[in-house]
Every structure is written in C-alpha cells, then in structure tokens.
Design a binder for this molecule. Structure first.
Ligand code: NAI
Length: 208
C-alpha cells in the first residue's frame, strides 16, 4: 500500500489501535464495527474512520473491520513486521525495569545487551541478558547490529553516551534521561518523560 504523509497526531494514536486490536485478536474476535471499536478505545467512531482513511480505510460498509487484517496493516505502518535489536545503557532501577518487561519482545523489540559502568552490576544477567562493561560498548557496536538503544543513565552522562551510540551506528534512541539530546540529522530520538505525564494528570485533577 502506498503511504501518504500522515499527521503526527494520527501516528501517535496508531499504537493504541494496534494494542486494542491485538487484545481483540487474543480473544478471537474476527470483526468489529467502528462503533464498537470507538467504545473500546474511547474515541469517536468518526475519529476512527478519519484516522483509518489515511491508510485507505480498511473497513467495509455493513461489515466493520476485519480485526486481523487491520492489526496486520497497522503493524506494517508502524514497522512492526520485523525484529529490532535493542540495547540498554544504564542497568539501574529503570534500565532493569525495562529489561524485565517481556511485552516489548512480543512486539519485536529484542533486548540483546545492557551496559553499565558500575563494577557490581557488570557480569550480572537480567532475564538472561548480560550487563556488559560500558567501556566495551564501542567494540560491541562494531561487532553487532543494534537498531535501538535505550538511555537510562543520569542526564549529565546522556549526551556523551548518545554521541558514542551514534558514532557506533545506532540510528534510533529511546531516551529516558531528562535532557534534550542534540544529535545529527537522521538519528531518531523518542523522549519518554513519565514526570510530564504525571504533571498532565495533576493539571487535570486540579481542573476537575
Ligand atoms: P539508577 O541510578 O538506578 O541507574 C543509573 C545507572 O546508570 C547506574 O547503574 C549507573 O552506574 C549507570 N551509569 C551512569 N553513567 C553511565 C554511563 N556513562 N554508561 C553506562 N552506565 C552509566 O537511576 P534510575 O532511577 O534507573 O534512573 C536512570 C535515568 O532515568 C535518570 O536519568 C533518571 O532521571 C531517568 N528516569 C527517567 C524517567 C522517565 O520517565 N523518563 C523515570 C525514571 C528515571
């Protein structure tokens, strides 16, 4: 399917569609109307139709959506038809929590190694994945293909480590350090800041 330019707002909603459709599939639901899908996802049916029209619709009048087909097509749009090799830099609280979460792997994000500079962590394994010495990261990147690197280290060290990753050929960074990374064009950065989300919650609470 040819893809046209899609707005960021739509792209941001696609993982939610993918997740909901995945749950429906697990429950052996074969098809769903836009009304049912909208109730489940708490967005309007017209929003769903509009969103999916960006990709050619997928639905049929009077039938609704074929869940498996829609799930597969959205997966293709999100690039989930392949496996991604991932590493985590910083095997502290957050790094280990990410490593222990098995769902990422189910979506194709396979954790290959973790790196830390703390002697007592080096050599340990988390769910079978080894924590390697941060000093060996450059060499590791020469020998292994890494698609995505998660940064879960203190913010002071994040910019240098991010540059080392880029020099080693990593083109996608999942940044949890509370700092903006300025990286060469072509490097994709996804910042995750749980505190921002909490602040939005406090705003909503305050204004309710
Ligand atoms: P932590 O102190 O438990 O773990 C950090 C680890 O990074 C330590 O094991 C340390 O040895 C290692 N480290 C430091 N410099 C390194 C380097 N240059 N190379 C390799 N390893 C290095 O800290 P925690 O709680 O896991 O937080 C980690 C980072 O994530 C912090 O920047 C924190 O602010 C951030 N954070 C972000 C959240 C978010 O929503 N984005 C939520 C929680 C934490």
């Amino acid at each position: 399917m040819a893809e046209k330019e899609i707005s960021l707002a739509v792209i941001k909603r696609l993982p939610k569609y993918y997740r909901n459709l995945g749950e429906l599939l697990e429950n052996n639901v074969e098809r769903i109307s836009s009304k049912e899908l909208s109730e489940r996802m708490q967005v309007t049916a017209s929003q769903i139709r509009q969103d999916l029209n960006n990709f050619g619709g997928f639905g049929q009048q009077g039938y609704g959506y074929n869940v498996e087909y829609l799930h597969t097509e959205i997966g293709k749009i999100l690039g989930l038809t392949r496996k991604y090799h991932m590493i985590i830099i910083g095997a502290g609280n957050l790094g280990q929590a990410l490593a222990n979460y098995t769902q990422f792997e189910k979506n194709g994000f396979v954790l290959k190694a973790m790196f830390d500079k703390k002697q007592e962590l080096i050599g340990q394994t988390i769910r079978g994945v080894k924590i390697l010495n941060a000093e060996t990261m450059g060499q590791y990147l020469k020998e292994h293909e890494v698609d995505i690197a998660a940064i879960t280290i203190p913010k002071e060290n994040a910019p240098t480590v991010a540059m080392d990753l880029v020099k080693g050929g990593v083109r996608a960074i999942w940044n949890f350090a509370p700092t903006d990374l300025h990286l060469p064009e072509g490097v994709k950065v996804e910042n995750v800041h749980l505190a921002d989300s909490l602040m939005r919650l406090s705003y909503n609470l305050k204004n309710s």
